[in-house]
Design a protein around this ligand. Structure first.
Ligand code: FES
Ligand code: FE2
Length: 418
């Protein structure tokens, strides 16, 4: 077919004349971008971590207080981007994918009409809570032919530490023992427990990195009520040490004052006047307040090399002389995480009553509330990558590398012949 056109051949590109050289702006764009966003542009150096915005599979995650999941009152949660309904009945606690296969209504909006089942509120499809199998369809009669042909996915679920834990694996994967994931120092001992659960903005990686971040606490939290009367170092020299599944920040130097050329000294007198002065005996492995208080014997027996440690799949442990604080950064969706903060004290008798009073009257508000809110604020404001990391950020990069190792180990375990 001949195409008629008025455009001269030269302009249609049908010429042997060399094409004019194109001016490329790509290099300039790149320069501008690097000036605005210096440093590392992506997390491609940690590919498994980079891809784990919705969490790592193959772990138990705490999702709710046990006491908040009552019989007859289904509870909807989101975990690793999946909506799940928790149901308690005479057969125990169950976790099912929260979507009726008929028309997609959440089962968590349904009711428990018959023990051992949950019914969708729309057309009464009724699922067995243990197996997820469709057992009856109220609006299609007792001989409904669809019964037994449809199921919803179920998840392994257990209860420990007064918490509900859900295992997120891949299809058909046998869960690992939940106890293996509980911090070692909590196994086989009695303790007092206080805590807070809250869904917060920011994906679980940003909040986990904030928790294990070496640099921020001394500056960001310096005037939080939790720290208002205590000293914190200005800066530390820190190395990272992995022991088993825990990665520790180990302080090899702590500097309580410093002179910044051209600026002056830190902390300023107005900020340190009311603080308890740190003891002069060098660095500490427990706490970071310069308080030489002897740790509780159970804590001392653990011989932690540093007061902050982190483990898969995003668990922070902060050790103080008379209690241990844990933060579980539970993947929720791409933009949120579930913060599960626990405080554990190993005293018994009268001293355990004192701890409970201290937790409810002070710690829950000042630490799990106001102090943690400063972290939540920073996580919400963080916009990385791109990122230009500094010396203390070795805590972040080592944690990311540890995640890569764990992901590789899991892949090897699931595919032993690969
Ligand atoms: Fe659930 Fe129809 S949508 S029964
Ligand atoms: Fe913090």
């Amino acid at each position: 077919m001949t195409v008629h056109t008025d455009v001269p051949a030269r302009e249609r590109g049908q010429t042997d004349a060399p094409a004019p050289e194109r001016v490329s702006h790509a290099g300039e764009e790149e320069k501008r971008r690097k000036a605005r966003y210096p440093g590392r542009q992506t997390w491609a150096a940690w590919p498994a971590y980079d891809a784990a915005g919705l969490g790592f599979r193959g772990y138990w995650y705490p999702v709710a207080w046990s006491s908040n999941v009552a019989a007859g009152r289904p509870v909807r949660i989101t975990l690793c981007g999946e909506n799940i309904v928790l149901v308690r009945d005479s057969k125990g606690l169950h976790a099912l994918y929260d979507r009726c296969p008929h028309r997609g209504v959440p089962l968590s909006t349904g009711t428990q009409e018959f023990d051992g089942s949950i019914s969708c509120p729309y057309h009464g499809w009724t699922f067995d809570t243990s197996t997820g199998r469709l057992g009856a369809v109220i609006t299609d009669g007792p001989d409904s032919p669809i019964c037994g042909k449809v199921s919803v996915a179920t998840y392994p679920v257990e209860e420990l530490l007064n918490l509900v834990w859900v295992y997120m694996g891949v299809d058909g994967e046998e869960p690992t023992p939940l106890l293996d994931q509980i911090p070692e120092e909590l196994r086989g001992v009695s303790f007092n427990l206080g805590g807070r659960i809250k869904v917060r903005r920011g994906d679980w990686r940003l909040t986990c990195e904030n928790g294990f971040d070496e640099g921020h606490a001394k500056f960001l939290h310096r005037n939080a009520m939790w720290r208002r009367f205590k000293s914190m170092p200005v800066w530390n020299v820190t190395k990272l040490e992995q022991r088993g599944r825990w990665l520790f920040r180990v302080q090899t130097e702590q500097h309580w004052t410093a002179e910044f050329p051209g600026y002056g000294s830190w902390p300023p007198e107005r900020e340190s006047r009311w603080r308890i002065k740190p003891s002069a005996d060098g660095t500490q492995s427990i706490s970071n307040t310069g308080n030489p208080k002897a740790p509780h014997p159970h804590i001392a027996a653990q011989d932690y090399p540093g007061f902050v440690s982190v483990s898969m799949p995003g668990v922070l442990r902060v050790v103080y002389p008379d209690f241990i604080h844990y933060e579980f950064y539970v993947p929720y969706d791409a933009d949120h995480h579930r913060y599960v903060g626990l405080m554990v004290n190993f005293d018994s008798g009268f001293r355990s009553l004192l701890f409970k009073a201290k937790y409810l009257g002070f710690v829950r508000w000042f630490f799990h509330g106001l102090f943690a809110a400063q972290d939540a604020w920073m996580v919400d404001e963080t916009d990385a990558p791109p990122e230009r990391l500094y010396r203390p950020d070795v805590s972040l990069t080592t944690w990311r590398s540890m995640c890569e190792d764990a992901a590789e180990e899991r892949t090897a375990r699931l595919n032993p012949t690969a």
